[in-house]
Design a protein around this ligand. Structure first.
Ligand SMILES: [Zn+2]
Length: 255
């Protein structure tokens, strides 16, 4: 039985995600930006929260944890973090650890760069990737704590996942990411197709997530920093992919 996944908005532009295992009744929230919308979604479905899978320490990903833990007594899973910035944690996980949500299995991938503690959760059987603030649709997270080579390496780990996996990311930033990507990659047919799709979805007030990873690999310029065409657009022919990635990230920061 495949995971039942719900997508909704938290705060202004964070995504809330519930992953439900109908066989066991277990339900996980991926991060907890704020409690109220998560509780509303659980009640609408008649689900009980059993687990919170935290990706990193930022407040807009953990703000609802203590209220949800108090209400449901759920288990809180978070990345290993020497600075212990995340409270109420029951289980600390690291690369290649597997977390059980009922009968569902979530594999941990360490994807540092945005923060040093950032992890992504891969539900291999369900072909679902929760990449939070490492990989956005047509973008990637800002590099706050790590380095550009570190973030590029993390993106490569995610790019190595199969094309038919669905990406669930941390924020609805797709439209703004598309505007920037078109300035670098204007002739990319996959990007232009995604741009049209995003315009349609946002006009209907619908989320642009999930998206197939195969589609992202073709359309997301941040996943193509090792493509000679992208380097050429930046006048960086022959440059190291991590450097090209760094230049892309810097330009996006200023855009
Ligand atoms: Zn963040």
């Amino acid at each position: 039985m495949a995971a039942d996944i719900r997508v909704f908005t938290c705060l202004t532009d964070n995504f809330g995600y519930l992953v439900h295992d109908s066989a066991s009744g277990a339900t996980a929230s991926i991060d907890a930006p704020e409690a109220a919308p998560i509780i509303r979604e659980l009640e609408r479905e008649g689900w009980k929260l059993t687990d919170i899978l935290i990706t990193h320490h930022h407040g807009d990903h953990v703000g609802g944890v203590s209220e949800l833990k108090q209400r449901y007594g759920c288990r809180v899973i978070a990345p290993h973090d020497k600075t212990s910035k995340i409270a109420n944690v029951d289980l600390r996980v690291a690369n290649a650890d597997v977390v059980k949500v009922g009968d569902l299995l979530a594999r941990v991938l360490e994807t540092p760069g945005h923060t040093l503690d950032h992890i992504s959760y891969v539900f291999d059987n369900d072909k679902a990737l929760f990449a939070a603030d490492t990989l956005f649709s047509i973008g990637c997270g800002r590099v706050f704590e790590g380095t550009h080579p570190m973030m590029w390496d993390s993106l490569l780990k995610l790019r190595a996942l199969p094309d038919d996996f669905r990406l669930y990311c941390g924020h609805e930033y797709t439209a703004s990411n598309v505007r920037f990507a078109l300035t670098i990659d204007p002739d990319n047919a996959a990007l232009k197709a995604r741009a049209e799709e995003v315009t349609r979805l946002r006009a209907d007030n619908r989320p642009t997530i999930p998206v197939l990873l195969g589609q992202e690999k073709a359309a997301n310029v941040f996943l193509r920093a090792d493509d000679p065409d992208v380097a050429a657009r930046l006048h960086m022919k022959g440059a190291d992919a991590a450097k090209v990635f760094g230049e892309l990230r810097e330009r996006k920061n200023k855009s």
